[in-house]
Design a protein around this ligand. Structure first.
Ligand SMILES: [Zn+2]
Length: 115
């Protein structure tokens, strides 16, 4: 897994890695991972290798949890990659009930659109 950090890991590879980690730890029902590195191209840290990502996660594990607790859970799930492949992560974490008002039969998230 991208042992040479001089070369930034491809966005698709990083997204796939995060997806697997989130599925294992949080059992999400919906998941979006968006690479925002291009928006931060001027940052010195960005040039060193870490990517900026925006993740949206819907999981029953967030039910009854505060925003702080949810963010902690999300960061813990990918802790091994923070400061390495990931430089910064923007997080939106919702429980299924919070998400339900926006749900539709046609979801384009990583989980619903695969296969
Ligand atoms: Zn979905």
């Amino acid at each position: 897994m991208a042992p040479d950090t001089k070369e930034r890991a491809p966005a698709a590879e990083v997204a796939h890695m995060l997806q697997n980690a989130f599925i294992a730890a949080l059992e999400p029902t919906h998941l979006w991972i968006e690479d925002e590195s291009a928006q931060h191209a001027g940052h010195p840290e960005a040039r060193r290798g870490g990517r900026h990502v925006h993740v949206r996660i819907v999981s029953a594990q967030f039910t009854g949890k505060s925003l702080v607790e949810r963010h902690r859970m999300v960061y813990q799930a990918v802790a091994a990659h923070i400061g390495r492949e990931i430089h910064a992560m923007r997080v939106q974490a919702s429980s299924p009930l919070e998400w339900a008002p926006n749900a539709s039969d046609f979801c384009t998230c990583l989980l619903c659109s695969r296969g």
